[in-house]
Design a protein around this ligand. Structure first.
Ligand code: AMP
Ligand code: ZN
Length: 394
């Protein structure tokens, strides 16, 4: 099996750390609202990949978090006059309903950031002790980006370019930073915000440290695969690598997989642009299997444009496959047990070839688009056969 690794920008043979096992972490949603169908893309893609790895015989330990402490959650809580946990718990439940509708299996573990604060404090302290982080006068803890020599290796960015060309990307007006490239590990509470005790101040963690810690807790210091949408490559995943590798002293993840964007009119679907449909919106019009099929009909690294026409086409295609499957079920139910003709034996052999081609496509960096076209060839072959054998019945 080959995987395109963002770290090396090449397709590489997959070699797990432990024979027959895979440890995989997928960054999950920030829960302040219903998820949109862009958020559903990584869920569907990496669920499919997990299922395929299991089909190949791997035991997959699959961890995906919920970010349940964040400015947007706090804002939504203040708007409703409730505790931020009311908002996050509500939308975790809603997200789980959507996942079920999409046939996305629950992860082995779904950790919540607010339940892992102790681990975050420990990792931040380790980073301070090792000289990779410092505490500002107000208790904010910053990561000293330049202290990690390999910073930029995932996003293939150069620190000096970031400092000059990309300066506006990084400067946030926090003048207590020793360097504009530094990022927050822990920040002091503001009035009305949830907070935890820490050695530095009452406050809450930065977003990036959450995933470093949850991945370490459930999967160990080095994992096989870390995944998410391509918007997470920089700075989120770059910062996760800097934190984890500086704290643990070993590589963080061997393979980094990133899905392309789900777009509308060639623009990324996002809450901030307002150009989104929630999974719930789509479920009013379609069975969510159609949405899943639509997502899988493109390669996961390609951008994918969402449109009503494409959803209709996905619906028709999926129906074609399902109709063929139920026709086959019918034929099988009519058969006498043990009565397999020579002709049928030949067909079975032929279909093994389709299975092999399906697996070859999936082995090639989870190419679901090619795998689906193999299914269509099989459907065509089956339909032709059924028509010949049972002319009139189909
Ligand atoms: P967020 O809640 O924004 O952190 O997003 C949760 C996951 O959804 C991350 O892996 C994002 O990269 C992914 N994501 C968000 N918007 C899109 C989009 N339009 N297309 C594909 N993936 C997306
Ligand atoms: Zn993450």
């Amino acid at each position: 099996m080959r995987i395109y690794n963002t770290l090396t920008k090449t397709k590489q043979d997959f070699k797990p750390l432990k024979e027959g096992e895979v440890s995989m972490y997928v960054c999950g949603p920030t829960v302040y609202n219903l998820i949109h169908i862009g958020n559903a893309r990584p869920m569907i893609i990496f669920d499919t990949f997990r299922r395929y790895m299991e089909h190949k015989g791997y035991k997959v330990n699959f961890v995906s978090n919920f970010t349940d402490v964040d400015d947007k959650i706090i804002k939504a809580a203040n708007a409703e006059g409730v505790d931020s946990s009311v908002i996050s718990e509500r939308y975790i439940e809603e997200c789980k309903k959507d996942m079920q509708g999409l046939n996305v299996r629950p992860a082995t573990v779904h950790p919540k950031a607010t339940e892992e604060i102790g681990g975050m404090i420990d990792m931040i302290q380790t980073l301070i002790d090792k000289g990779h982080a410092y505490v500002a006068a107000d208790g904010t803890v910053y990561y000293k980006t330049r202290s990690f020599a390999e910073y930029g290796k995932l996003s293939h960015k150069n620190l000096d370019d970031l400092q000059s060309g990309g300066r506006s990307l990084l400067v946030t007006g926090e003048d207590q930073k020793e360097d504009p490239l530094d990022f927050v590990l822990w920040k002091p509470k503001k009035e009305g915000e949830p907070f935890w005790e820490s050695p530095w101040c009452e406050g809450r963690p930065g977003w990036h440290i959450e995933c470093s810690v949850m991945s370490k807790h459930y999967l160990g210091d080095t994992i096989d695969i870390h995944a998410g949408g391509e918007d997470l490559i920089f700075p989120h995943h770059e910062n996760e690598i800097a934190q984890s590798e500086a704290a643990n002293g070993v590589p963080f993840a061997h393979y980094w997989m990133h899905n392309g964007f789900l777009n509308i009119d060639n623009k990324k679907m996002s809450k901030s642009l307002g150009n989104f449909f929630t999974v719930r919106d789509i479920s009013e019009k379609y069975d969510l299997q159609v949405l899943r099929f639509f997502m899988l009909s493109a390669h996961y690294r390609s951008p994918l444009n969402f449109s009503a026409d494409l959803m209709e086409a996905a619906k028709t295609s999926l129906e074609r496959i399902l109709t063929c499957a139920s026709s086959l079920d019918f034929v099988i139910s009519q058969k006498e047990q043990g009565s397999v003709s020579e002709e049928e034996k030949a067909l079975l052999q032929e279909s093994a070839e389709f299975v092999k081609r399906f697996d070859d496509a999936m082995d090639d960096d989870c190419n679901t688009a090619d795998a689906i076209s193999v299914i269509f060839e099989l459907v065509k072959a089956i339909n032709t056969q059924l028509k010949e054998e049972h002319s009139g019945a189909f």
